[in-house]
Design a protein around this ligand. Sequence first.
Ligand code: C2E
Ligand code: SIN
Ligand code: SIN
Ligand code: FE
Length: 405
Amino acid sequence: MQTEDLQKQIIKLNKIGIALTSEHDLDQLMFLIVSEARDYTNCDAGSLYIREDDNLIFMVSQNDTLARRTGVDDEQVMFKPFSIPLTRESVAGYTALTGEIINIEDAYLIPPEKDYKINREFDRRNNYRTKSIMSVPLIDNEGKVIGVLQLINALDDKQNVITFPKESENLVKSLSSQAAVAIKNAQLTKCLKKAHYDTIFRLSAAAEYRDLDTAQHIRRMSSYSGLIAQGMGFSKYDVEMIVNASPMHDVGKLGIPDSILLKPGKLTAEEFKIMESHTTMGSSILANSDSELMKKSELIAISHHEKFDGSGYPNKLTGEDIPIEGRVCALADVFDALSSPRCYKPAFPLEKVLSIIEEGRGTHFDPRVVDAFLDNLDDALEIKELYQDEEEMTGEEAPRDIKAN
Ligand code: C2E
Ligand code: SIN
Ligand code: SIN
Ligand code: FE
């Protein structure tokens, strides 16, 4: 390779490195790694495996030829994630166990004395011809192989399949170590987020523990809020924020006496006045935090009972003066209160729930919020189904994944 070419390659690699470091979402990161590596080596297909104990989990598969053939513009091949045992018998396994790059000229002509052979099942099923393969270990900063990147069918200018050039091996190796570190960070972030949500959920549940009806309510309300936010076009980050902040909306109920909170019948005006203070008490519990998430939670705690027409509490805010998060959570909260049993009321049939919500469009609720919710009603009902009240509350699961936009 010419010095000039090499320089260009390194600049390109740097750009890829920056792109990878800025993607913190694990799924999107893995997708990006395969597409960047394919773009870099100009090849038809690629896949990514992640090592998990003694298995390799097949995570991403991209294939331009198959995507063209099926007319799907998304280059991601549909498949169910599956795992293969980590042994030397597969190319990916061999790569992971030895930490070596394997550069295969023709997958169908692998010498029999090699430990690994190709599984032609994929080719047969898809009428595809896997020819050249470059299988690259993803080695992290501690020297551990955390996965394998497989690049398939390098192409020349005329789209003919060629062998991956020997001299690209080192550059791809460098790309894959950047990828490995990025994956490790994203995995760590994912793990921390899960622990974080779990903590929030458990503490929120503890705050309302006396009010057993509300155990699964927290999960549902958080998922409905995410669903509405997504429907309104919130960024992925903001959707995640509302999903994580909304469980704490009623922590102020901690300060409400059982005699009121658990009263089977209707509250007197005086009791309701006390009940209203769960918003301000919640906000003072959550106040003065540096954490962006806590700030959002505080905002939701104080504003989730405001009404669009100004008749809510505690501040009688109107319209857009009510923080958007509060407007979103208000509907999520009421939908759940209406559609589930409470100590003071039975679950209402869906028809009645929807008519109350439609009646509240523009008076109780922001019309945009109502529209976003009704547009995604099927998903809301799925959430309701998923987190039913009878279920033992464990706090293990994160809320239902919100489908990507
Ligand atoms: P929650 O049970 O989580 O209810 C949240 C919100 O859902 C209520 O806010 C209200 O806007 C709506 N909602 C609940 N049930 C009905 C209903 O039958 N019809 C209609 N149209 N809307 C309903 P709200 O009213 O500000 O109440 C806040 C909290 O105060 C409630 O949270 C609940 O913990 C308590 N609460 C309200 N009313 C009663 C009651 O009559 N008896 C008892 N024991 N608690 C009540
Ligand atoms: C393997 O690593 O053996 C699987 C690769 C393939 O079948 O394309
Ligand atoms: C956002 O915060 O991302 C969007 C806010 C809105 O839809 O009003
Ligand atoms: Fe509340």
